[in-house]
Design a protein around this ligand. Structure first.
Ligand code: ADP
Ligand code: MG
Length: 347
């Protein structure tokens, strides 16, 4: 098995094993907590946004690191309060609750995320769609049930990003069908990671890594000579990595079909759906995106997963600083042509 940037094709085999890790921050085996702290590395995880959010700060004064860490976690919580569709009082829930009735004035943050989501929806011809909620809800991945076809077709009529009315100057959002909903599940964690990084920088932190459930943003380096290193989970082999990536001041995210899924009659049903059919995307096993922000990486991992390698590579071709590593449905690893040298290492 060989993996280098010159040899972008790596054959992997198909196995059916459960795994929940998409991307992991890698430390050497000697990185015990005590050693981390003597070298000025501070790590903390909290359960936020329905996932584990981890912040790592390196080479900082303990007092500065502690204060910055707290402020960054507070920021993630604040973003979640604005954007979670599980919280009835969030701005996103208000938009859905008032669908077809009235427009909702939202914060600049919610506006920014919805605007970015719509940008990528248009760019991808609807492969990414934040109005997927009514269809997504019909899938029961834990219970392993395929939704009724009739119900799926009915709820698909409520899915269409073009019916989100968006007014930047007045900071309002409106859904023009009362049965529509907004779900920022495939973009909000990336955005929260970006916001947390902004706060860390404001607090004087230069070397950091924020991991919001697999949507990451890295700044600076882990050590003077050592960049941050992130392992990409093998989509079929639990506890195996297919590669390591060293992101430099960039966002990185992975979408995979092995996180929330069930198997039925030899078919895999998972949580990334094709908005036009309401059924799981079949072209890829996993997609990892490097991008200037974690928000863009988060959105594009989902979007390229839906589009597949051919259309996916074509989509990111013109986006500056965006690169993709795709494990296609046969298990082949494909890299986008301009993947930066030295950023991808063997597992
Ligand atoms: P995760 O959030 O599990 O890491 P993704 O970032 O790929 O994975 O987002 C998947 C989530 O996004 C789903 O749980 C669902 O809420 C939503 N989603 C699924 N398919 C799409 C799609 N085509 N466009 C937009 N959102 C999607
Ligand atoms: Mg995503």
């Amino acid at each position: 098995m060989e993996l280098s940037t010159r040899d972008p094709k790596l054959e992997t085999r198909n196995f059916f094993l459960l795994s929940t890790l998409l991307l992991s921050v890698l430390f050497s085996p000697l990185d015990s907590l005590a050693q981390n702290q003597t070298r000025g590395v501070f790590r903390q995880s909290r359960i936020l946004m329905g996932t584990s959010v981890e912040i790592i700060i390196s080479r900082a004064h303990p007092k500065t690191a502690e204060k910055a860490m707290e402020a960054a976690f507070q920021e993630v919580e604040r973003i979640n309060r604005l954007m979670s569709h599980y919280r009835p009082e969030s701005e996103v829930s208000q938009i859905s609750r008032h669908a077809g009735k009235k427009e909702i004035r939202v914060s600049p943050e919610t506006l920014e995320v919805i605007e970015r989501a719509l940008y990528f929806s248009r760019l991808s011809g609807g492969a990414f769609d934040i109005t997927l909620g009514p269809v997504f809800r019909l899938w029961d991945f834990r219970g392993g049930k395929i939704p009724d076809g009739e119900k799926l077709r009915e709820n698909l009529k409520r899915v269409d990003y073009r019916r989100i009315k968006f007014d930047r100057s007045r900071s309002t959002v409106y859904l023009d069908d009362p049965r529509m909903e907004v779900d920022l599940g495939a973009i909000a964690k990336g955005y929260a990671a970006d916001r947390a990084c902004l706060v860390l920088k404001k607090e004087g932190i230069e070397n950091f890594l924020v991991n919001a459930g697999g949507d990451m943003r890295a700044g600076g380096r882990k050590e003077k000579e050592i960049p941050w290193t992130v392992g990409i989970q093998h989509p079929r082999l639990r506890s195996h990595f297919i590669a390591r990536i060293q992101p430099q001041n960039a966002g990185i995210a992975t979408s995979g079909d092995y996180e929330k899924y069930f198997l039925k009659d030899g078919q895999r049903y998972h949580h990334i759906l094709v908005p036009s059919t309401g059924r799981p995307a079949r072209e890829c096993q996993s997609v990892t995106i490097l991008a200037p922000t974690a928000m863009d990486a988060d959105v594009l991992a989902t979007t390229v997963f839906v589009l597949g390698s051919k259309k996916g590579f074509a989509l990111i071709e013109d986006l500056p600083g965006v690169h993709a590593l795709i494990v296609d449905r046969r298990g082949s690893v494909l890299l986008s042509p301009k993947w930066p040298a030295g950023v991808l290492l063997p597992p």
